[in-house]
Structures are given as C-alpha cells and as structure tokens.
Design a protein around this ligand. Structure first.
Ligand SMILES: NC(=O)c1ccc[n+]([C@@H]2O[C@H](COP(=O)([O-])OP(=O)(O)OC[C@H]3O[C@@H](n4cnc5c(N)ncnc54)[C@H](OP(=O)(O)O)[C@@H]3O)[C@@H](O)[C@H]2O)c1
Length: 362
C-alpha cells in the first residue's frame, strides 16, 4: 500500500469519537500526520495530536488549520438518545455551529486547507419504507432531514470558495470500539446476545450500512482525489431489511434465537430501558450511491455477511484501547493485537445449532 503524500497534517474536527478514531488510525497508518479537535481529549492514546476547542468560537486551535492538507468535520452530538427538546437543539447546534466556526477559522489563517470533507447523514432522505434513494433523491421529512439540510447548507456557506467540498451522506457505520464506543453496533450486539435480536416491528424497514474500513478509504479519497466534489452517499451497495440485518448479526455472533419485538414493545422499551429513540429501530431507509458506482469506488466490504465476518471473526486482529492520561497532546501509537473477548463467538452449543441458515430463527 503506497503512502499518502500530503503537504501538511489532516485536521479532524469531532475526531475523538468512534468514526474519528477509526479514521485517525487509518490516516496515520497511511503516513499522514493527524490533529484531532474536540472538547474533551480522546479516551485513548493513538497516532494523533489532540487540540481542544469549544466547537463554537475561534481560538488558538485555528493555528492547526494553517498549512493543513485537509479538513474533515465529524462534529455532532450523538442522535442515539431520547429526542427531548434540549437534545434536539444540541443535535442541530453542535453540527451547524461547529461547521460555521470552522469556516471562520479557515478565513483567519494564511494557508487554509484546500479540501474540506464534511460529514452528513443518509438520514437526509428520511425514512421511505421501500424505495431506494440515491444522490438525486429529494430530502425527506422530520428532524433528521431538517438537521442534515441545515448542516449541509451551513457547510456550503462556511467553506471558502477555493476549498474543494466533499459531503458524505453516511449510513450506519459498522466498526470496532477503539475506546470511544462503536456506534449503535455495541448496543445491538448486546441485544442479540440476550436472544432479543429478531425482527423489529414489520422488519421491512431498510438498514443501510458501511464498514468503517470503506468509510475511511472514502474519506481518504475525498481528501486526495481532486475529481471528487459535492455530495455522495457513503453506504455499501447492499442495504438490507432490518429483519435480514438482524439475521446476519445473529449469524455472525452465533446466536441461534432472536425474539421479535412488536412496535408497541419498542415504543415502550427503547426510552425506558435503552434511553433511546424508538424511531431509530422502527424506521429506516435503503440508500445506494449512484455517484460512487459511476466514479468506480470499489468497496472492500460490499456485502453485509463479509463485513460482519471481518468485524466478529475469531482471527481478526483488532487494536485494544489504551487509556489516555487526559492531558491533551498524546504520545506514541500503541497497538495491542488480538480479538477482544466481547466479540468472540462463545457458545459451543450455538455453533452446533448453526450449521445451516434455515436454523436461524426470527
Ligand atoms: N456512527 C455512525 O454510524 C454515523 C453514521 C452517519 C453519520 N455519522 C455522523 O458522523 C459524526 C461522527 O460520528 P461518531 O459515531 O464518531 O460520533 P461520536 O462517537 O459521538 O463522536 C462525536 C464527536 O463530536 C463531538 N461532539 C459531541 N457532542 C458535541 C457537542 N455538543 N458539541 C461539540 N462537539 C460535540 C465529540 O467530541 P467532544 O464531545 O469531546 O467535543 C466527538 O468528537 C457525527 O456527526 C455523526 O452524526 C455517524
């Protein structure tokens, strides 16, 4: 694999979370120097430098943008929560205000990054039950499309006219926990292990997804390929129904039974037991990128089964989180190889039951 030849560091705003640490590790492995901007230091140490910001006001952190080869903005409060008015407000403001202040900061420095890769969400298309959306599809209705549109509009205003813009409307990212969580996959894995990972509601709602390795490669391409410009859907070409997603996850985890959950159970249980929004499980969307297909982006993990196999297989080497001292700038990159126990198939009986697909219940 050739090394990235970049003229300066890559600044990842909102880089201390699940996607940010995965990307930072990827870019560093490819030879880039990486700076993370976030309010709190990442919980683990790694091959990056952490610089604090408040995501709202121009400050000393601006200097990091001077001479940077690229800017990636991932900042945003998690949507995995009960949608109280306060949470809705924070979901919107954390995205719009951080984007705005990054634009202001780019105007303060002599040599701003020539390319800005901006996170967005595939939820911009809403929750159409059946149709498959691509980049030409209209935005949907509801909080998530509203936030996504505001986020993208702010980005178009904030970026410098000279900066190459790349927007990634990203679906559910499947990846490992590097010490900053692993998105909703951690929660889903726990639910499946309790035998509760079956059909949710009708089970026909779409689950669009992307393996973290492909998202990292796509962001790298956004940073380095001058022909990439504008909005792309960042999602594997194999969106599946919730029912199939659950079946494949059970298969990967070797859990033979997945009890179904009726809609009323999810509406009651999600806020009470999981402190989250039931709509995240009951609604979904099917998205596929026309532009990535036309521009010949090759997915390493185009199919869900292979993506799960890579994430949960026994032999997969994965980094273990190394706790940081929370002192800001971090030390050297430390990697400890080997799968975590959490992700290993662990049930001999289950393995025996699982010899054919037809034995997977839902
Ligand atoms: N994970 C997915 O499946 C997925 C899918 C589509 C889109 N996305 C988007 O990708 C981005 C990164 O996702 P992720 O999974 O890495 O999220 P994450 O783990 O929750 O990380 C979020 C990042 O944003 C910062 N942040 C959180 N709340 C903030 C606030 N109120 N004000 C300013 N900064 C705040 C966090 O650092 P501090 O709190 O220390 O500042 C952290 O660096 C998010 O915008 C998310 O919406 C994620």
């Amino acid at each position: 694999m050739s090394c990235l030849s970049l003229s300066g560091p890559i600044v990842i705003a909102g880089g201390s979370g699940f996607v940010g640490l995965s990307l930072a590790e990827h870019l560093a492995r490819r030879g880039a120097s990486v700076v993370l901007l976030s309010r709190h230091a990442p919980k683990v140490i790694g091959p990056w430098r952490h610089v604090p910001w408040d995501a709202r006001n121009v400050g000393d952190w601006c200097r990091e943008l001077d001479g940077a080869a690229g800017l990636v903005n991932l900042t945003g409060r998690s949507v995995d929560c009960i949608k109280t008015p306060d949470h809705q407000d924070e979901i919107l403001r954390s995205r719009v205000e951080s984007t705005r202040v990054l634009g202001r900061a780019c105007r303060e420095v002599a040599a701003p990054p020539p390319v800005w890769v901006q996170m967005s969400t595939a939820h911009i298309y809403g929750d159409p039950p059946e149709i498959v959306c691509d980049e030409d599809s209209p935005a949907g209705c509801g909080l998530a499309p509203f936030v996504a549109k505001a986020w993208e509009e702010e980005f178009q205003t904030a970026r410098l006219p000279s900066q190459r813009p790349v927007i990634l409307r990203t679906s559910f990212v499947l990846g490992r926990d590097r010490g900053a969580g692993a998105s909703a996959l951690t929660k889903l894995t726990r639910i499946v292990r309790l035998g509760l990972g079956g059909r949710v509601g009708s089970g026909t709602q779409g689950v669009s997804w992307i393996h973290e390795a492909d998202l990292n490669r796509l962001i790298e391409r956004g940073l380095t390929d001058p022909s990439m410009r504008g909005a792309y859907i960042a999602s594997a070409p194999d969106p599946v129904s919730q029912r199939e997603f659950a079946r494949e996850l059970r298969r990967a985890l070797r859990i033979p039974i997945g009890l179904p959950a009726a809609e009323w159970m999810v509406r009651l249980g999600a806020p009470l037991l999981l402190r989250t929004d039931p709509e995240l499980a009951l609604c979904g969307r099917y998205v596929v990128s026309r532009r990535l297909r036309e521009e010949n982006f090759e997915f390493t993990f185009p199919r869900l089964r292979e993506a799960f196999a890579e994430l949960f297989s026994k032999g997969t080497k994965r980094p273990s989180p190394v706790l940081s001292s929370h002192t800001g700038p971090t030390g050297e990159f430390r990697h400890s190889a080997g799968p975590s126990c959490e992700d290993r198939p662990h049930n001999g009986m289950a393995e025996r039951v699982l010899s054919t697909d037809s034995k997977w219940l839902d």
